[in-house]
Design a protein around this ligand. Sequence first.
Ligand SMILES: CC(C)(COP(=O)(O)OP(=O)(O)OC[C@H]1O[C@@H](n2cnc3c(N)ncnc32)[C@H](O)[C@@H]1OP(=O)(O)O)[C@@H](O)C(=O)NCCC(=O)NCCS
Length: 151
Amino acid sequence: MSNPLREISLRPITKDNLEDCCRLRVAPEQDDFVERNVGSLAEAYVTPEYHPLAVYDGEQMVGFTMYGEETPGRWWVIRLMVDQRFQGRGYGKAAMLALIDLMRERHGCDEIVTSDVPGNPIAEGLYVGLGFRATGEIDEDEIVMLLDLNA
Ligand SMILES: CC(C)(COP(=O)(O)OP(=O)(O)OC[C@H]1O[C@@H](n2cnc3c(N)ncnc32)[C@H](O)[C@@H]1OP(=O)(O)O)[C@@H](O)C(=O)NCCC(=O)NCCS
């Protein structure tokens, strides 16, 4: 898939960018939609199958994502957030496109799963716009959505 923002990159979390990552915040009314990044990083620390990544535009960190193989052969986008200062500029979509490319190239994924908290129309619009479709499954009260990269 083509990436609309030239400068977008996904980079590992290191001791040099950890604090920036933990300082990123969604808008207060979005707090229920996503775990704080510090919590996601703690999950990744104890779950080797999880891969946390910072989303950059150039040298500016704008968001955070995390993907992983939840069960053998089933790859998930586990987290996605864009800091409230940078939302609505195409970063969420660009990060997803970059992550889809990475998951396909690095892990050979031909299906990618994510889930969406009901009542989050921005995330739903983002995922549906990229081709994700609801599977009918509910996971911890969230709507499971699947992207078939061979479709
Ligand atoms: C969801 C989120 C990552 C989107 O990031 P973003 O950078 O603001 O999104 P983008 O600017 O790339 O827009 C992507 C799509 O979102 C939808 N969208 C963006 N802003 C929207 C708005 N104000 N109203 C409705 N839909 C909107 C559109 O479908 C848009 O696609 P389009 O531009 O092709 O129409 C961001 O809103 C966020 O961090 N939300 C809080 C955390 C969260 O909900 N994470 C998802 C957990 S399931």
